[in-house]
Write a protein that binds this ligand. Structure first.
Ligand SMILES: [Zn+2]
Ligand SMILES: [Zn+2]
Length: 341
């Protein structure tokens, strides 16, 4: 019996009788983070980091959920389960599973750099590592986030001088708050789309603090938009809601913006390369730091990244899962809860 098995409902620990981020309803689910493709509806019991709970409740309603702290150990039929920071969004965790000296780590989504709002990634040694590979190609190499934010600040300042609104698109959970906390809020007023306002309220319950913003409502006077920064989810693009904000410039912040053509396909004025996932170097660093003897590669460029690891002398293989990565950011994912990842 393996400690973790790959089943049609998700990653399963037979000894502990629990699943990790399952995509079908099960009795016991350990959840890495609150994004819609990892934290799904219909589980009898959820176990997750306590910061994920308000967002999960906001999305899933009254669920039976237990929250724990990073490093805290829960025993499940003799199996030790603990969570370690994944640095992806607030509350995001890697799951460490140990039984009779054998250790597995399931990363969930992660990044190594400190984004200023999530507890920074901590590497955990293990025998077997299950890693994501959303951006598992050498072309993906992120700039330091200070550089990206000075580009965004300058774009906003220029638009403001021209009397235009700056509409900035980013996932309503994680990306939007990261932008909100790192942008220069002294440039002008910051207004929010309802989906982002709601995520903020849930994250405030989890203890996060944000700069002053205003929710856009039917009563918001049109003059308020001029010169303002307006943060909205990618699904708002081209909507009647967005057309009311005219005249504006639109920017989008995503790892996919480093792909030639992604910005044009999305038809936005500016693309900022900003991702909550590890880039190529970070993926390699994480695998190396884990000292894993065996690596399983899930969502993203699974074949390419596992072939690369094999060529480096690391035993790796791809695993098929139902996680979506960041595809919905450019409108190429499935429709399920587009605004939430
Ligand atoms: Zn995620
Ligand atoms: Zn994911």
């Amino acid at each position: 019996m393996r400690l973790i098995e790959f089943t049609d409902k998700g990653l399963y620990c037979p000894q502990g009788d629990f699943f990790i981020d399952p995509w079908r309803p099960v009795d016991k689910a350990v959840i890495t983070h609150a994004h819609a493709d990892h934290s799904r509806w219909g589980m009898k019991n959820y176990l997750t980091h306590h910061q994920s709970i308000p967002v999960m409740r906001h999305r899933l309603g009254e669920i039976n959920v237990e929250g724990i702290e990073y490093g805290e150990v829960r025993k499940m039929n003799g199996v030790s389960v603990s969570l370690f920071p994944a640095g992806h969004i607030p509350g995001s965790a890697q799951v460490r599973v140990e039984y009779k000296g054998e250790i597995w780590v399931i990363t969930g989504d992660y990044k190594l750099i400190d984004d200023g709002i999530s507890t920074p990634f901590e590497s955990v040694k293990c025998h077997s590592l299950v890693t994501e590979s959303t951006f598992g190609l050498p072309v993906y190499k992120w700039k330091p986030q200070e550089e990206v934010f000075s580009e965004i600040n300058e774009w906003w300042r220029t638009n403001r001088e021209q009397g235009l609104a700056s509409v900035l698109l980013g996932y309503s959970l994680g990306k939007a708050q990261r932008m909100l906390c790192s942008i220069d809020a002294s440039i002008g007023p910051i207004l929010l789309h309802g989906a982002i306002h709601n995520s903020n309220l849930a994250l405030e319950k989890a203890g996060l603090i944000f700069p002053h913003t205003e929710l856009i409502t039917k009563e918001t006077p049109k003059e308020k938009y001029r010169g303002a920064l307006i943060i909205a989810p990618p699904s708002a693009f081209g909507s009647p809601w967005m057309k009311k904000l005219k005249p504006y410039k639109v920017g989008t912040a995503s790892g996919w913006m480093s792909l030639r053509g992604a910005r044009r396909r999305r038809n936005v004025d500016r693309g900022f390369v900003l991702s909550d996932h590890a880039d190529w170097n970070e993926l390699n660093q994480a695998v190396e730091a884990s000292e894993a003897e065996k690596v399983y590669v899930t969502h993203g460029y699974t074949n390419i990244f596992s072939n690369w690891l094999n060529s480096q002398g690391i035993d790796a293989e791809p695993v098929i899962t139902e996680y979506e990565g960041e595809l919905s950011e450019i409108g190429e994912g499935t429709n399920q809860d587009k605004e939430s990842e």
